[in-house]
Design a protein around this ligand. Structure first.
Ligand SMILES: Cc1cc2nc3c(=O)[nH]c(=O)nc-3n(C[C@H](O)[C@H](O)[C@H](O)COP(=O)(O)OP(=O)(O)OC[C@H]3O[C@@H](n4cnc5c(N)ncnc54)[C@H](O)[C@@H]3O)c2cc1C
Length: 444
């Protein structure tokens, strides 16, 4: 019997293993896939290295900055963001709300007027005081910026209208410029970097897998190809698809919370099962493209808010690291949001999104595409609807009573990034086990 069993070798599970080892704790780590990394994986196809869409490090905590520097050493670049929005047939700087310069005059006028009205019409309340994300956008940015970017872009990404979303997840994720900044950005091509990802770190070589591999190299006891089928809470035993089973005193799970509840055996109250059914998420088709031509664009990523375009965002791997592909080629990711319940023709969506890359001018011709591969990410973004907070709390509190910590982007059922995953892995082994959902830090 292991003192601690960790499920999943994404960054949250790897970090739990790494910190357990630092503390000399007895643990075993089981991963369903045949490689470590979870969402932070990189695959090689005909000379192109593709991540699971853009995975850029924006680390706030000095501890994790130090750890990542130590893990990646010389293999780390610091990059200043060059992100744009494509709308009204032109490129403007990101974030849209601070960079109206370059948009058609009537759009700039509409956005400014509505911004000024909302600026003077509302108190500066914290985001949690707004009932919905829609209300927050109208109050903080104005309905014009809402109509031309925030409403359609967010609906394409999250797959639900902003009226259905709360503001729990917002924190630093959505830049909120002040009056001066909005006016400056409307009348001049200003280059101030706004938001949490104005600069970011990325491995010089090997894609984001370099980070997962460097962490995994310090975590003995990883068993790959072991998919958890059942967790018996009474017997404190995990059963795997391979037929194997393992007992634990404490369990750290990073698999999606919804899937964990489906696999629970033993006395699971009906309200926990019901809460799990209420958890919602979207899905994302990530189209990875390797293309002829090395000078197609200098942008890191491009937002596509208009509903006439299939994807919500396009990114350029080779502008993060030239080592991801051969010289004179470019690699892209194209992201399309959808829901499992929608009756969508995925092949048709992918085909249309790729054709639109030519229309926007990012690819010269469809014949230039050397490699095309689709990752269908079933659970991609957790949806913060009105039921999210309470449902998540019900489940996490129940699990905590059984010495189960469910952590990470999907384990903790939240919108968060790589740093939060590593932080939660660290906290899960360091902070003991009687942790309720309130004790787990969510930065999403
Ligand atoms: C499209 C997209 C773009 C992103 N971009 C960024 C970015 O730019 N910057 C950033 O900081 N973050 C980004 N993120 C978030 C980042 O990927 C996650 O926060 C982080 O990788 C989550 O790590 P995790 O360990 O919590 O989860 P995961 O990476 O999902 O790891 C969970 C692991 O559990 C395993 N598992 C699942 N079920 C079982 C089972 N039954 N048995 C055994 N193992 C199982 C899985 O195979 C997986 O390896 C992005 C996420 C997405 C989806």
């Amino acid at each position: 019997m292991a003192e601690t069993i960790i499920i999943g070798a994404g960054l949250a599970g790897l970090s739990a293993g790494y910190h357990a080892r630092q503390m000399d704790l007895d643990y075993e780590l089981y991963e369903a896939a045949d490689a470590v990394g979870g969402c932070c994986r990189t695959v090689e196809r005909d000379g192109f290295r593709f991540d699971c869409s853009g995975h850029l490090l924006h680390l706030k905590e000095p501890y994790f900055q130090g750890l990542v520097r130590e893990l990646l050493a010389h293999n780390l670049n610091v990059i200043s963001r060059n992100a744009v929005v494509y709308s009204h047939g032109r490129f403007t700087r990101y974030p849209f709300q601070a960079n109206l310069f370059g948009l058609p005059g009537e759009v700039v006028k509409e956005c400014l007027l509505e911004f000024v009205k909302s600026y003077h019409g509302s108190e500066d309340l914290p985001s949690r005081s707004y009932g919905t994300f829609y209300d927050w956008i109208v109050a903080k940015l104005g309905a014009g910026i809402g109509r031309h970017f925030m409403f359609p872009y967010n609906q394409k990404l999250w797959t639900v209208p902003t009226e259905e979303m709360t503001c729990e997840w917002l924190s630093e994720y959505v830049p909120k410029p002040n009056l001066d900044e909005v006016f400056n950005g409307a009348f001049e091509d200003q280059s101030k970097g706004f938001g949490y990802n104005a600069s970011f770190w990325y491995p010089r070589e090997g894609g984001i897998q370099a980070l997962s591999d460097a962490l995994a190299a310090r975590v003995p006891n990883i068993r790959l190809g072991e998919s958890v089928e059942a967790v018996d809470l009474d017997a404190r035993c995990v059963r795997f698809a391979s037929g194997k089973s393992a007992s634990y005193r404490r369990l750290v799970s990073t698999m999606p919370l919804k899937r964990l509840v489906e696999r629970l055996e033993g006395p699971v109250p009906a309200d926990v099962r019901a809460a799990s059914k209420r958890l919602r998420h979207n899905s994302v088709l990530i189209v990875n493209l390797g293309v002829k031509g090395g000078d197609l664009t200098d942008k890191h990523w491009i937002y596509l808010p208009e509903h006439s375009f299939t994807a919500y965002r396009v990114g350029v791997y080779t502008n993060f690291s030239k080592a991801l592909a051969a010289p004179d080629t470019t690699s892209f990711y194209v992201e399309i949001g959808y829901q499992q319940g929608w009756n969508v023709d995925k092949d048709a969506l992918v085909q249309k999104a790729v054709e639109e890359m030519v229309e926007i001018g990012l690819i010269r011709s469809l014949e230039d595409i050397l490699v095309q591969e689709v990752i269908d990410l079933e659970c991609a973004y957790v949806i913060y609807d009105r039921q999210h907070k309470e449902s998540r709390k019900t489940i996490l509190d129940f699990l905590a009573k059984h010495d189960v910590a469910s952590i990470g982007r999907y384990g903790n059922w939240e919108y968060s990034g790589m740093e939060e995953a590593m932080l939660q892995g660290k906290e899960a082994v360091e902070n003991g086990w009687n942790q309720s959902s309130a004790g787990l830090k969510s930065t999403g």
